[in-house]
Design a protein around this ligand. Structure first.
Ligand SMILES: [Zn+2]
Length: 393
């Protein structure tokens, strides 16, 4: 009898995997795509390589990405507005060079994804797919031939603006916070040409970071589904570049996709207040650090490292990330949402999501919320791939 009991218990355990086993299996089987990671820029600043163990130094490296079950990573090519004409395009090419060298020296475990054929080969390969996204229209230096060149080097999305506007498109920051810095908002004639040329080439138009006026001009111009590569919902946190419900509805109608950013400041409406309070509390110390080195963000990063308990207290829970997903799903359905973590471009993320290796916890949380396996697979990567396929020639 006793033996029989143990046999039944064994069979029950075999047939009903624990939640932990279930989410890990689902996450491993699913095609997981992350549409925004800033490792390339960070690797230049910190002089580190992707195939090193960078635990404690960056939020991403090759092994942790594998551990996190990420299959397709879109690497962001980025520089700020201090890279003016004559510098920005060259910098973009330098970052593209660095991705190609990473992929070629790890060719047994990585491959580039640039075309529909490469996408098909990648999906059968079991390798980490690498895709290029350029974050900031200033890198084409107002020149369509530079857009063509970036495309021919493999860039498959262009975020029309970063926080800085370009002469042909206004950014969310300039349309809302630095209003005086722009003459007119939206896309101008050249901006519409850029969008049309991207549609023609088969390059996804990324509307993260653009202002609302630019956004609606893009939606009128584009003939293909757009993407917001790393954005959250305004209704849950009215932060300057989160997407309002009308924008979310427009992306649904366009058959596009919104990829959720993991940054605490975009997810949590309390974050910026708490962050300001933290630096106010430590103002004397910050001023003292800045006496020797007057660079504000460096002084702030010293304080962020010095008070880890206070910093941890400010981080939201992963469930808030799922709230943003829920909100978008309620508005436009499960076919238009995905993940664009912004790892290595963000200084704070939900408590449970420290780095790329924690990605499976997103799947666990979606299961807990009652999402079906089919819906979870769409969110993890299938929606992004649909938009990619709709764009590439
Ligand atoms: Zn960004």
């Amino acid at each position: 009898m006793r033996k029989f009991f143990w046999l039944v218990l064994f069979l029950v355990m075999q047939s009903s995997p624990s939640v932990a086993q279930k989410y890990r299996r689902l996450h491993r089987k699913a095609m997981v795509a992350d549409s925004h990671n800033d490792f390339l820029s960070v690797s230049i600043d910190k002089n580190v390589a992707f195939d090193q163990d960078l635990t404690g130094i960056t939020q991403s490296d090759l092994n942790r990405m594998k551990k996190g079950g990420i299959d397709l990573q879109i690497f962001s090519i980025w520089c700020d507005q201090t890279y003016t004409k004559g510098k920005a395009y060259a910098h973009a090419n330098r970052e593209i060079d660095s991705l190609y060298s990473i992929v070629s020296r790890n060719s047994s475990s990585m491959m580039m994804v640039r075309t529909a054929a490469e996408m098909n080969a990648f999906l059968r390969s079991g390798k980490l797919g690498a895709m290029i996204g350029v974050e900031g229209g200033h890198m084409i230096e107002d020149d369509l031939s530079k857009l063509d060149s970036l495309f021919s080097r493999g860039a498959r999305y262009l975020t029309l603006t970063w926080n800085n506007s370009v002469p042909w498109a206004s950014s969310a920051m300039d349309e809302t916070i630095r209003k005086d810095s722009i003459k007119s908002a939206g896309l101008n004639e050249f901006g519409r040409k850029v969008v049309a040329r991207m549609n023609e080439l088969g390059m996804m138009v990324d509307v993260s970071h653009v202002g609302e006026k630019t956004f609606y001009d893009v939606m009128q111009t584009t003939t293909k589904p757009v993407m917001a590569s790393h954005s959250c919902a305004w209704a849950l946190n009215p932060s300057f570049r989160n997407l309002k419900d009308e924008q979310i509805l427009a992306i649904g109608k366009n058959n596009g996709v919104i990829q959720l950013n993991f940054y605490s400041g975009f997810l949590d409406s309390n974050f910026s207040k708490n962050n300001q309070a933290f630096f106010a509390r430590h103002k004397a110390e910050k001023d003292s650090i800045m006496l020797t080195n007057p660079v504000e963000y460096l002084a702030e990063s010293v304080l962020l490292r010095k008070y880890p308990a206070e910093i941890r207290e400010m981080r939201p829970s992963i469930s808030l990330l799922i709230d943003h997903i829920d909100h978008i799903v309620k508005l436009i359905g499960v076919d238009h949402v995905g993940l664009g973590s912004d790892f290595d471009g963000i200084s704070s993320s939900p408590k449970e999501l420290n780095d790329v290796a924690d990605m499976p916890l997103v799947t666990a949380e979606l299961l807990k919320r009652g999402y079906s396996k089919k819906s979870i697979k769409k969110i993890l990567g299938e929606n992004f791939i649909r938009v990619f396929r709709a764009n590439v020639n």
